[in-house]
Design a protein around this ligand. Structure first.
Ligand SMILES: *Cc1c(COP(=O)(O)O)cnc(C)c1O
Length: 420
């Protein structure tokens, strides 16, 4: 489509452009290295070696063993395999009864939907509430744990409001509970985190985080769409969702997406190497943008959804949990604001007409007009949710981009408010 404006892409929480270095690493696996990794001839071996080398790179970055990494078709499959695979492993194990699962109100649909399906099958579900900044309470979680709790699934960082949940603390608490449960011969609680938004920005070491399962997607870290992995701690048993040739130690049948896997490893390597520096840069850009927009639209009460950016360390964090940026509790790239009186969807379309891509507080699921469940969970009204827009920065975002957005926003908002 021909446009008069240059594109200013500020929807990195939805998808990121493919890094050219990632693309270059992938190319040979579309053209010359086309073998099936399961084939025993040299073309197969070539592909197998690329898959295993990628697995090793990823395992090292997350502090795992290579055999604990299972390649998937992205974050959604990882979350489904974690939730359903864990549930199916437990179904009817001890008694005929189903067990209990704990999750949160602000999870991605990739977790909420499989959980909903399990509920229909008879599983009991506790959905933990969050406070107005999107944090769950460790106390609530502790109280929700029951004898038959099989799985706790809490996202690492939220895709809409950027809240970073205290995963390491949750992990530590569950580990302590599990030690106690062992002496009472109760089944272990498995802890899954959806790290799809955290992957480019935060510490991914599974031992520091004390997670058993961790879902990651490549498409949010300048890697290819439709690729990802699930970390599965040794000893944790899951039932596969896909059945077939038995690839990925039987956990994920189907010919491996070799190019995608190579791209995933390369993308992870690149983002993890630059994350501290990029977090710092994006934090400055974000704060600059918020300050500027507050100044330029003084009459408009600008509400920030998610953790306050003025307050670096919330009381909930005791400093033991080292994050991408020390004590950081909000993703550096996330800006989610309510502009009262301005319909987010209309604003989004106006901005798009000027080349600017952002997202709204509704319609996270394609075509849906429901107000965001995340914004509702932090106590925003339907109206406020509809007046919200999400701006997510990326590594290509510059100050100039943001200056342009502020300029356009001012014009557009005044225009919209005037029209009414
Ligand atoms: C993007 C995303 C997913 C889904 O990942 P896909 O690779 O698109 O399947 C799941 N959870 C979160 C938090 C996400 O941001």
């Amino acid at each position: 489509m021909k446009r008069n404006y240059k594109t200013v892409y500020l929807d990195h929480a939805a998808s990121t452009p493919l890094d050219s270095r990632v693309f270059n690493a992938m190319k040979p696996f579309f053209t010359s290295a086309y073998g099936n990794p399961s084939s025993l001839h040299h073309k197969g071996t070539e592909a197998r070696q690329a898959v295993e080398a990628s697995r090793k790179i990823i395992a090292e970055i997350v502090g795992a063993r290579p055999e604990e990494i299972v390649f998937t078709s992205g974050g959604t499959e990882g979350c489904n395999l974690a939730v359903l695979g864990c549930a199916q492993m437990n179904t009817g194990k001890e008694t005929d009864k189903h067990g209990h699962i704990i999750t949160t109100q602000i999870e991605h649909h990739a977790v909420l939907e499989p959980v909903k399906m399990l509920k229909q099958q008879g599983w009991e579900i506790t959905v933990l509430p969050v406070d107005k900044e999107g944090f769950i309470s460790l106390d609530d979680l502790k109280k929700a744990i029951r004898k038959d709790t099989a799985l706790v699934s809490v996202m690492y960082a939220n895709n809409e409001i950027g809240t970073i949940e205290p995963i390491a603390e949750i992990g530590r608490m569950i580990k302590a509970q599990n030690a106690r449960r062992k002496t009472q011969s109760l089944p272990e609680i498995i802890f899954h985190t959806d790290a799809c938004q955290a992957v480019g920005a935060l510490d991914l070491n599974v031992n520091r985080l004390q997670v058993d399962l961790m879902s990651v997607s490549a498409s949010k870290i300048y890697g290819p769409k439709g690729t990802g992995f699930l970390y599965i701690r040794q000893g944790i048993k899951l039932k596969p969702i896909f059945h077939g040739g038995g690839q990925e130690r039987g956990l994920r049948s189907g010919t491996e997406n070799v190019a995608g896997i190579v791209g995933l490893a390369k993308a992870l390597e690149l983002t993890q190497a630059h994350r501290e520096q990029e977090n710092k840069r994006q934090t400055e850009l974000r704060d600059y943008f918020i300050k500027k927009i507050r100044k330029i639209l003084p009459k408009i009460t600008l509400n920030l959804n998610g953790p306050a950016i003025e307050r670096a360390v919330p009381p909930k964090f005791d400093g033991r949990q080292k994050m991408g940026v020390q004590g950081m509790n909000r993703l550096a790239n996330n800006i989610n604001i309510i502009i009262p009186g301005v319909e987010g969807e209309a604003l989004m379309l106006y901005l798009d007409a000027c080349g600017i891509c952002v997202s709204t507080g509704s319609a996270c699921a394609t075509g849906s007009t429901d107000a965001s469940h995340v914004l509702r969970a932090i106590g925003r009204s339907e109206k406020q949710a509809r007046e919200s827009i999400r701006i997510t920065l990326g590594k290509g975002t510059t100050k100039r981009d943001l200056d342009y957005v502020v300029k356009v926003l001012k014009k557009v908002i005044l225009l919209i408010l005037d029209e009414r």
